[in-house]
Write a protein that binds this ligand. Structure first.
Ligand code: C6P
Length: 420
């Protein structure tokens, strides 16, 4: 380590009371991998649930459970009210204009597939084009590839530079009169790059093209306002924003949702059914066939209120400090290479330790109690762009603290010693 690096790596002082919020997360104190305190740096894969969300799930299961939209009895009405209240909580979280613009799905993958089917089958034809980027998770690649294969349409990809930032001039050049939709991630899960989505939305609209944003790695890190962004669709997943698994969200402008075809057929998405013809329910119910994940939606409502109570601006500021500190600490270790160095980044650090395979790095870090994700992060094109098979990835949440970055750095040095 150089003297300059050593000087830079003192932990910043912060007014963000991490310990107060950590106390809400029982799992952080209850789990001791290899007898060590858990240092949970795999929030990009799935974040933990605070007691408030767990309590909401328990309250629903012990006092409120019934099927919704179907019963006249008290429990069914209670469950329906709670589920529809969750929709309003999510509407408020994203600042959507109307609650009918919020569709509950099972995860962000499901939300993207809904648009690929509902929009794609209605509006994409042979010779048409869909634009995505080189930074996408497979969930925002494969559904569009499947659509393009089926329709004889073309998938166009916005390139990235060596820092992992999108090349915006190239984006603008991809538009043609055949472009029907853009779908882009707000934040890259593999590199942490924050894309300039506001600008990308303006460009798409200048060309008369609607645009979808995959917010799976964004909504837990920064405030998102879909009306200010003016995006046509915005999707996220519950389990990365301190809610349960099995629940996702699709926001869509009412004008688009109304024009789209339903994705799945079944109960609750219909107004009337005969063997000759079915008429569909109004939005959002048109897209919520069958019994939805009721408990999970209600708990998600609690989760988004929880982060709003803390304040997403405060979360973003704390995580920015964590990112800066982690970047400096890891850069100070000879032999550690960081992938993803864009100017605008969320608190994600993807790295390689000398030439040790990331899976070995992850296994050894786990022995020190440090949980990181290793692999291609379901973003193989990103790995291909950098000529690597995988990385180790530390992804932070607001409950992470600077000491945990120190522990990560110490554990990496231990790995290096083992392979020296
Ligand atoms: N990324 C990660 O470790 P689902 O599985 O539908 O809840 O989320 C899919 C998804 C879509 N888009 C982005 C940008 C994502 O990061 C993810 C999930 C996890 O990075 C698991 S692969």
């Amino acid at each position: 380590m150089t003297a300059a690096n050593a000087l830079k790596t003192a932990a910043p002082t912060s007014t963000f009371d991490v310990e107060r919020y950590r106390a809400d997360f029982p799992i952080l104190a209850n789990v001791h991998p290899h007898g060590k305190p858990l240092i949970y740096l795999d929030n990009g894969a799935s974040s933990q649930m605070p007691q408030q969300v767990i309590d909401r799930l328990v309250r629903y299961q012990t006092h409120e459970h019934a099927n919704i939209h179907r019963g006249v009895h008290t429990l069914s009405e209670t469950a329906t009210r709670a589920y529809e209240h969750a929709r309003k909580q999510v509407q408020h979280f994203l600042n959507a204009k109307e609650d009918r613009e919020i569709v509950f799905t099972s995860n962000v993958t499901d939300s993207i597939n809904l648009v690929a089917h509902g929009f794609g089958r209605a509006f994409v034809g042979e010779g048409d084009e869909v634009i995505i980027t080189h930074l996408e998770h497979h969930a925002n690649i494969v559904p569009w590839q499947m659509l393009c294969e089926e329709k004889g349409a073309k998938l166009k990809v916005v390139p990235i530079d060596d820092s992992g930032a999108l090349i915006l001039e190239a984006y603008e050049k991809l538009f043609s009169p055949r472009t029907k939709l853009v779908s882009v991630t707000h934040v890259s899960n593999a590199l942490g790059t924050i894309n300039p989505v506001k600008e990308m939305i303006e460009i798409a609209h200048r060309h008369g093209v609607p645009i979808m944003i995959d917010g799976a790695q964004a909504v837990q890190h920064m405030p998102v306002d879909v009306q200010a962004l003016d995006c046509d669709f915005y999707a996220f997943t519950g389990h990365k924003v301190f809610g349960p698994t099995g629940i996702g969200v699709l926001y869509g402008k009412a004008e688009w949702l109304n024009k789209m075809k339903p994705f799945r057929g079944g109960g609750d998405m219909i107004l009337s059914v005969t063997f000759e013809k079915t008429t569909y329910n109004a939005i959002p119910f048109k897209f919520e066939a069958g019994t939805p994940p009721i408990a999970q939606a209600i708990a998600l409502g609690e989760a988004v209120e929880y982060v709003q109570r803390i304040g997403l601006d405060r979360i973003a500021a704390h995580e920015h400090d964590l990112l800066t500190y982690a970047t400096e600490r890891l850069q100070a270790i000879d032999g550690v290479r960081i992938y993803g160095t864009a100017q605008q980044k969320a608190a994600v650090v993807s790295f390689y330790v000398n030439d040790v395979h990331p899976h070995d790095v992850g296994t050894l870090l786990n022995e020190e109690g440090v949980a990181v994700r290793t692999g291609h992060h379901c973003a193989q094109p990103v790995m291909q762009r950098f000529g690597i098979p995988a990385t180790a990835r530390a992804s932070f949440a607001f409950y992470n603290k600077f000491e945990e970055v120190d522990a990560l750095a110490a554990a990496i040095r231990k790995v290096q010693k083992l392979f020296a």
